[in-house]
Design a protein around this ligand. Structure first.
Ligand code: SAM
Length: 273
């Protein structure tokens, strides 16, 4: 009985805080029903990689309705607006997105590999910073997310620069083969990778990518969410390899679309192939 009462009081307090936050114009972006719904649905999110309430398709429809066709900046801004005002999305977001933008600008990659497309937000951010002829290939496990991302990218007019590949680098070789045979991945051809998928797959998938020989000295790998929710094995690997195989710059930042939760983005340059 005591526990039930405690749960009731906590739920009532959280509910009151959310209502107050909404009434005050959402000064605390994380204190929202859509975030709480996503947190309570974490198990589903981590197995299906969707919020479970159609928010990803709603985000794509919002972009189509609110951003002029053929405008990458407007599509990115619409996704940010949707995530701040309507439903929380697990995009890299505007704050960490700026770190990603700067890394892409610095490297000026001709070929980018992304792990985890979701609704296409980070792929668009990278595509708009590419040099002429540059291409982003984004590997996405969930076919529905891949369809949604293609819809957003098509509307933004970036389909000539972004290819979504349904699959996973850890699927036993099928996706690696597709990237090599259908998309021209060869030894030393990959200049930049953005890792933003299942956190426990960061290190094994990076090691698989290293085994392909696609990366070259000077290639850069950016990893999101190393602080939150956290990718401890990946972080320990980069720490151990510092100055040997990799040089890493750690960017202290915040988890997407709020300022309460700290996060870490790692930008690692390959020293030895
Ligand atoms: C955090 S979201 C990616 C966000 C996106 N990079 C952005 O910032 O716009 C993670 C995505 O990775 C996908 N995913 C999960 N495990 C994966 C895997 N092993 N390989 C590829 N994609 C995966 C999920 O379906 C989900 O769409």
């Amino acid at each position: 009985m005591g526990v039930l009462l405690f749960v009731f009081y906590v739920a009532a307090a959280v509910g009151a805080l959310v209502v107050l936050n909404i009434l005050l114009g959402r000064p605390v972006p994380f204190l929202r029903w859509s975030v709480l719904r996503m947190l309570f649905g974490t198990k589903r999110l981590l197995s299906e990689w969707q919020g479970g309430d159609g928010r990803e398709q709603a985000a794509a429809s919002y972009v189509v309705a609110n951003a002029p066709a053929g405008n990458v900046d407007a599509a990115i801004a619409a996704l940010d607006r949707f995530a701040y005002r309507h439903k929380f999305l697990i995009n890299v977001g505007d704050e960490k997105g700026a770190i990603l933008d700067a890394a892409v600008e610095r490297v000026a990659p001709r070929r980018v590999l992304e792990l985890g497309a979701y609704v296409g937000y980070s792929a668009l951010r990278m595509a708009r910073r590419l040099p002429a002829g540059g291409q982003v290939f984004s590997v996405e496990l969930n076919p529905s997310n891949a369809t949604i991302a293609r819809q957003v990218i098509e509307h933004a007019g970036a389909a000539d620069r972004i290819t979504i590949v349904v699959g996973s680098i850890g699927d036993g070789g099928q996706t690696v083969q597709t990237l090599e045979e259908a998309h021209g991945f060869t030894a030393g051809s990959l200049d930049f990778a953005f890792i933003d998928h299942a956190k426990d797959a960061y290190l094994p998938d990076l090691q698989r990518i290293l085994q392909t020989g696609w990366l070259h000295p000077g290639s850069v790998v950016v990893a999101d969410n190393v602080g939150f929710p956290g990718a401890p094995e990946y972080r320990a690997y980069m720490d151990a390899e510092e100055g040997k195989r990799w040089h890493t710059r750690a960017h202290k930042t915040h988890a997407e679309y709020q300022k309460l939760i700290a996060d870490l983005v790692l930008e690692s340059t390959l020293l030895l192939g």
